[in-house]
Design a protein around this ligand. Sequence first.
Ligand SMILES: *Cc1c(COP(=O)(O)O)cnc(C)c1O
Length: 465
Amino acid sequence: MTTRTNERTTEQWQAADAAHFLHPFTDFKALAGKGSRIITRADNIYLWDSEGRKVLDAMSGLWCVNVGYGQQALVDAAARQMRELPFYNAFFQTATPPAIELAELLAEVTPPQFQHVFFSGSGSEGNDTVVRMVRRYWDVLGQPQRQVVISRQNAYHGSTMAGASLGGMAGMHAQGGLPIPGIVHIGQPYWWEHGRPAGLTRDEFGLVAAGWLEAKILEVGPENVAAFIGEPVQGAGGVIIPPATYWPEIQRICDRYGVLLVSDEVICGFGRTGHWFGCETFGFRPDLMTFAKGVTSGYVPLGGVMVGDRIARVLIDEGGEFNHGYTYSGHPVACAVALANIRLIQQLGLVQHVHDDVGPYLAEGFAKLRDHPLVGDAETCGLMGALLLTQDKALGTPFPEAVEIGMVCRGHCFREGVIMRAVGDRMIIAPPLVITRAQIDEMLALIRRCLDLTLADAQRQGWLR
Ligand SMILES: *Cc1c(COP(=O)(O)O)cnc(C)c1O
């Protein structure tokens, strides 16, 4: 296979990269001093860099390459659509066959309350659409003061002004005067942070954490609250899997006050948690769902919002013109790739594969990692998982922040040929859904080796108790 690998040396790629390319969420100067790793090709669950080194991609790119790399059906769908009609918009009372067919297929694979979709180019844009749409909904219903959207600390909902505001990342809010008005936050359902220190069981804590929503609604005034938004499992926040009691209680509270419930399914959607959507895994019924990433397995950018009947009926029947949209809303090439991707998920039975086979198999493998001296907790949900690294596993004592244990471990992963992400002291994975049991064994062996190397560092540096 011809690749771009040999067109320049690694040093030449790195020099041009450092000279011109400002990377997302990156300390520009630090990276320029170090040099980027140049990824040149991929197949199945593996990547190769410009030095020819093979890496197991346990993060599916950035939580998106659910069908794995090198799927010819997606490539063919893009090429065919580009030849036939590379672009046309949906503004001028026009539509294209791929956008129509995708809307139809999404209505089929999503829960029954969803019969309509609004397309965007990304997850962030999808969440901007959510904010516009919930406020418009209440406006049409004659309650224009219902403006406030409640979200959670340590949530991730994207990086546009509204997306970053909905998100609960302090570092993002600190740069740019965020959040924008009308967005407020409650605590996250993270048992290790809030539940364990208070001596609560996970299930007890789930109810307490959901209760924070009720308290916030009462504080803001129910007549002012438009919606609550959450990821079924917080992804970028560190694979925070809520207690089973949490989401049903959130649903009850939203119903009680008439507050719209929004599920950000950008990571959890399309099979990641072992059902088509995370809300099905956790048993709640959202009014809106944001999607992106897995809808195309990342092969091309696409996002959108599934609009439940409660909202769709009001906007369609009474709303008049909705003054919102994107040039690429319903981009035909992106929609053609999404169609091929969803059909492939169906053909390969990937949702069942996660639910019945590799999901439980990963859970078993992760549970075995609990015997490792550094691992205080190991949790999975479908094909997402997190290892909590602790200084004293018996007491669950965290490492001092200055140690940056996650970054030490991630460095070993990088060198040993497996991509894991570090979020504070949580080491997280979300491998492609096509992964096999044998490949899970391979991944777990690499992870254990990286934990051993991290442990050796910790012993040498005197970081352990
Ligand atoms: C990645 C992500 C987004 C943002 O999607 P982009 O395509 O990067 O704009 C929004 N919500 C969640 C839960 C995400 O993981």
